[in-house]
Design a protein around this ligand. Structure first.
Ligand code: GLN
Length: 190
C-alpha cells in the first residue's frame, strides 16, 4: 500500500513515521511529477490551511489532487487538512479543495484554548488521546457524513465515503489507531 503525503507545508514527517511503523509505503508530494506515479491514498497534514491552499495552487497540484479525491482516492486530512477538504468554512471567505460536505470553523477554540490534549471516544476504535493545535472543529455536516468523534459537543472527526478528517493530530500522539483506521479505508476501497 502506497500513501502520498502532501508535503508542501506543515506536520508531514510525523505522518510518514506513523504510517511507516504500520508497514505502509509513503512518499512526499511536493510537485506535480510526484503524483504521476500510482498510489492508494493521500494524507493532507496539519499546518496552515491558507498557506497549503496557496502552495497547492502555485505548484499546479490543486486541480489534479481535487480530481483524484472526487474520483475516489482515499484521503485523510488532519487539522489544516480538514479545513482544506471542507466545502464551507464558517469564518473564512475562501474555500480550498471543498470536496467534503462539512462546515469547518477555523481556530475554533480561541487563542487561549487553541491547543490542548484530551482523550475521547472515536467510533469503531474506542478511547484515544487527541492533540489539538489551534484546531478547527466541524460545525455541521451533510447527510452523507458520518460523525466519528466529538469533544465538548463539537464534532472533531468525520468521514464521507473515501474521505476522513480529524480536527486533532493523531500523528502527534502515541496511538496509531486512526492511521490504521485510514489504512483500512484504503484497503476496503480497492
Ligand atoms: N489554524 C490552522 C489553520 O487554520 C490549523 C492548525 C493546524 O493544522 N494545527 O489552518
Amino acid at each position: 500500500m502506497k500513501i502520498g503525503i502532501l508535503s508542501v507545508q506543515g506536520a508531514f514527517i510525523e505522518h510518514e513515521h506513523m504510517l511507516s511503523s504500520l508497514g505502509a509505503e509513503t512518499f512526499e508530494i511536493r510537485q506535480l511529477k510526484d503524483i504521476e506515479q500510482p498510489f492508494d491514498g493521500l494524507i493532507i497534514p496539519g499546518g496552515e490551511s491558507t498557506v497549503q491552499g496557496k502552495l497547492l495552487r502555485e505548484f499546479g497540484l490543486f486541480e489534479p489532487i481535487r480530481q483524484k479525491i472526487i474520483d475516489g482516492l482515499p484521503v485523510f486530512g488532519t487539522c489544516a487538512g480538514l479545513i482544506l477538504l471542507a466545502e464551507r468554512i464558517e469564518n473564512d471567505e475562501r474555500t480550498h479543495l471543498a470536496t467534503m460536505d462539512i462546515t469547518a470553523v477555523r481556530n475554533a477554540y480561541g487563542r487561549q484554548l487553541g491547543s490542548f490534549n484530551t482523550e475521547a471516544e472515536f467510533s469503531g476504535i474506542g478511547n484515544i488521546p487527541m492533540t489539538f493545535i489551534r484546531a478547527p472543529f466541524i460545525e455541521s455536516v451533510g447527510n452523507n457524513v458520518k460523525i466519528l468523534a466529538t469533544v465538548n459537543e463539537k464534532i472533531v472527526a468525520a468521514s464521507q465515503g473515501n474521505q476522513l478528517v480529524t480536527a486533532f493530530h493523531p500523528e502527534l500522539t502515541v496511538s496509531t489507531d486512526v492511521h490504521s483506521y485510514f489504512l483500512n479505508m484504503v484497503k476496503n476501497s480497492k
